[in-house]
Structures are given as structure tokens and as C-alpha cells.
Write a protein of this length. Structure first.
Length: 352
């Protein structure tokens, strides 16, 4: 029995950074909560909840972000028809110092939790850890959640909104939104077939107002590593989705991946380029923030996989690992990206 278990574990390990699950866990439900600007964008009709009050009835931006997280978790639990006490562990994070938006947002749920920080890649980190925990048998259900808020992020990393400072064209607009995902053994139409855990990649860039350029090398590294670890290529995915590289980051990504021998132009989609209308919403290089990839996945990508329109997707949230201290001291902005392989599941066939 022990030898069989060891063989199963060995079979799941692929290459240097990837796992292919023998018993793949499922995304049972997902929920998205966004602010007014996101609701006015191209994906507005797909979100579960849109608030015209970006403070969500709270006194501060930080409290508003916590409220978004709580609402997203409650919605995801409701869709899965399970109670908070049935969740074994919660994996969650945000962009604020010490993960305060998450800790205060999920406090009322009283679920054992792990606080995460992967910057804008946090949704991928959470999904990877949820999937690994379920596949390892550590619990029947896991909950992953993340969020960002334009007001709290500007105050944390740049200037309070009252300053009305100028933003360069390379800058991106932090998404006000939260996405939550219930992952478990119960079958659904979306399975997490595998993961490619990213590593920190630093090309020495120091411009915190050009995060797409800072994150593109990390996205390249994870995408190429996924191909090589799993023996696949761009043709094996309907879409290769990055989290928030934006228009500038996308062009850099294409060049870097092409230099590695792959062309992903026809398969690529970026959540930061999808969630806003560049022509009418004045978001410069596109959207960003933990909520960017999370809400786009929950509202737009997963339904396409569920319906079978997209059979296999490589979801690669991207993160710029800076702090308010590091970039003010002139440090470079490293990047990280995590790859999640999502596949359409024909439930009837599997049940037979």
C-alpha cells in the first residue's frame, strides 16, 4: 500500500516545477464581486455582484475591500450549497500590508486560514494550494479568495486619491474586485488537472508604474516551463491566460516566449486587457491587481470551460513583488506567475 502511494506521488510530479493530479480536484463554484468601473466594462454583465458605491457602505477603502472578500466567499459558498464550517482550509490574500483586507474580511466565517501574498498572482497561488490540499486528502473542500481595490492600492503604493496625481501611460488601473473559489472532490464541469508553480524572476526593472514589463519575464518562465514539464505546446490549449500584463506587458511576453521557440499570439488572452475598455475607460495599459485575474476567471473564463467552448486553459496570474519600502529605496521589482491547468469535465461520462 505504501509503495503504491509513493508511486502515485511520483507519477504526479512533472519536470522541475509542475504537478499533474492523478485524481484531479474540481472548481465547484466561483463568485465575483466588483466596483462600479468594472461593472461598466466589457464584462459587466457577467459579474455576480456589482456595487455602484466603491466603498461598499464602509468608511474606508480597506474596509470596503474586506467587505468585498466576505461577500465573494459567501456567494461562492452559496453556489456550492455548503456551509462555511464544511470548508477545511481557506487560502486568501490581498495587496495590503499584512494581508489586512483578507484577515478582516474572512474573520466572520471562522474558517482555518492561510494568509497568502503573491501580489497579483495570488489567485493562482490560492488555487494551486487548494488543489494540492484536496488532492492530498487533507479535506473535502477548500476555499480560495483574493481581492484588490483601486482606492486602497493607490494609497498603499502610490498616492492617496485626493492628490489627483498624474499617471503615466504605462501604468495600469487596479481592479476593485474580489474572486472566491470552492475547490473540492465533488465533480463539476471544471477540473484543475495540474499546476506549474512559478519562481521569482527579476530582470532588474525598477519602474513600479510599468508592472507589465516587470511581470512579463516571470509569465514567460512559467508558461515555457509548463510546456516543457508537461510535454505540451500552445496548440494544446484553447487559451493561455495571463493575469494582468496589460498592453505593454503582452508585447514583451510575445517577444520573450518567441525567443524560447514558441508562438502564443493566437492563443493568448490577458485579463487586464479584457476587464476594461481601453478606448472609453481611460485605464492606460489595462487592469491590474489581485482582483483582476480572479474576477475575470470567476465571471468569464470558467463559464466558457464549463460549457465546453474552451476544453483546456492555462491560467497564469502574474504578480509584481514590490513593497512600499523596496521600490522607494530603489530596489528592482521582481515578478512571479503561477500556472493552473483547467480542463472541461464531462460529468456524465465520468460518473459512468
Amino acid at each position: 500500500m505504501e509503495q503504491m502511494e509513493q508511486r502515485k506521488q511520483t507519477e504526479q510530479i512533472r519536470g522541475s516545477q509542475s504537478i499533474v493530479f492523478t485524481d484531479a480536484p474540481y472548481i465547484i463554484s466561483a463568485a465575483s464581486v466588483v466596483g462600479s468601473k468594472e461593472g461598466e466594462g466589457p464584462l459587466g454583465k457577467f459579474f455576480d455582484m456589482t456595487s455602484q458605491d466603491d466603498q461598499f457602505g464602509e468608511k474606508t477603502w480597506e474596509e470596503a475591500e474586506s467587505t468585498m472578500q466576505k461577500e465573494a466567499c459567501v456567494l461562492a459558498l452559496g453556489k456550492a450549497r455548503i456551509k462555511a464550517e464544511e470548508i477545511r482550509y481557506l487560502f486568501g490574500g490581498d495587496l495590503l500590508r499584512q494581508g489586512v483586507a483578507t484577515s478582516m474580511g474572512v474573520e466572520a466565517l471562522q474558517i482555518p486560514m492561510f494568509g497568502l501574498f503573491g501580489a497579483c498572482s495570488t489567485s493562482g497561488e490560492a488555487l494551486a494550494l487548494c488543489a494540492m490540499s484536496v488532492a492530498a486528502g487533507y479535506g473535502e473542500y477548500m476555499l480560495g479568495v483574493t481581492s484588490s481595490h483601486f482606492g486602497s492600492a493607490e494609497k498603499e503604493f502610490r498616492f492617496p486619491l485626493g492628490y489627483a496625481n498624474q499617471r503615466p501611460l504605462s501604468a495600469q488601473w487596479t481592479v476593485t474586485g474580489s474572486g472566491a473559489f470552492v475547490v473540492g472532490r465533488r465533480k463539476s464541469r471544471v477540473k484543475i488537472k495540474g499546476i506549474t508553480v512559478g519562481k521569482i524572476v527579476d530582470y532588474g526593472l525598477k519602474d513600479s508604474q510599468n508592472m507589465g514589463a516587470c511581470m512579463a519575464p516571470a509569465a514567460t518562465d512559467t508558461i515555457v516551463r509548463n510546456f516543457e514539464d508537461m510535454g505540451v505546446g500552445p496548440e494544446d490549449y484553447e487559451r493561455i491566460v495571463t493575469g494582468d500584463l496589460g498592453y505593454i506587458g503582452q508585447s514583451i511576453l510575445f517577444d520573450l516566449v518567441k525567443g524560447k521557440g514558441y508562438d502564443i499570439r493566437k492563443k493568448h488572452m490577458d485579463c487586464g486587457m479584457t476587464i476594461y475598455d481601453q478606448e472609453t475607460q481611460d485605464t492606460h495599459s489595462g487592469g491590474s491587481g489581485c482582483g483582476c485575474a480572479a474576477t475575470t476567471l470567476a465571471s468569464f473564463i470558467l463559464p466558457k470551460i464549463e460549457s465546453g467552448e474552451w476544453k483546456r486553459v492555462l491560467f497564469v496570474p502574474t504578480g509584481a513583488l514590490m513593497s512600499t519600502v523596496s521600490y522607494n529605496e530603489g530596489a528592482s521589482v521582481p515578478g512571479i506567475a503561477h500556472g493552473i491547468v483547467l480542463e472541461h469535465s464531462e460529468m456524465e461520462q465520468e460518473e459512468e
